[in-house]
Write a protein that binds this ligand. Structure first.
Ligand code: MG
Length: 171
């Protein structure tokens, strides 16, 4: 059984993961509009990953006999000044999400809820990976930004991203 404080915190985290999915779908739409289909594909895979994160939390709340409460999402940002600015925005969003996840871990420790603490470690580790991936792409983009060819080659490269195992979306 979840304490009401943990249940509220997890429901808020569930919203954050959906909000993050929404942001990535908006980024995908931005790149589609620029005909950077590889970037758009990459963002859509990220969108599916965030939906999977949300579902993980949904399942956990139910497994602990809690009650899932879905909340309203905010309209995501939809315009950026350049592809680089868009990717930097995504990196900052991931950093904010990491800080948010640490808060959930802090609440779990405060409530002495060791099951939730252990459950959240998967997210803590996932964020380390996410931030590293985004940082790498931002730094690659900073290198190629002067040349349109560079962006074109990166687009082809990002088009090759495969979903993680068990995360294949509806396509
Ligand atoms: Mg996530």
């Amino acid at each position: 059984m979840l304490s009401s404080k943990i249940q509220d915190t997890l429901n808020n985290q569930l919203k954050c993961e959906f909000q993050s999915a929404y942001t990535y779908l908006s980024l995908a739409a931005y790149f589609e509009d620029l005909d950077l289909n590889g970037f758009a594909h990459w963002m859509k895979i990220q969108y599916h990953e965030e939906l999977m994160h949300a579902e993980k939390i949904y399942t956990y709340i139910n497994d602990r006999d809690g009650r899932v409460q879905l909340q309203a999402l905010d309209s995501p940002k939809s315009e950026w000044d350049s592809p680089l600015v868009a990717f930097k925005f995504a990196l900052e969003s991931e950093r904010a999400l990491s800080a948010q996840i640490y808060e959930v871990v802090d609440v779990a420790l405060g409530e002495r809820d060791h099951a939730t603490h252990t459950f959240m470690q998967w997210f803590v580790n996932e964020q380390v990976e996410e931030e590293a991936i985004f940082r790498d792409i931002v730094s690659d983009m900073e290198r190629v930004i002067e040349s349109r060819d560079g962006l074109f080659l990166m687009d082809r490269d990002l088009a090759g991203r495969q979903p993680q195992k068990g995360q294949e979306g509806p396509g």
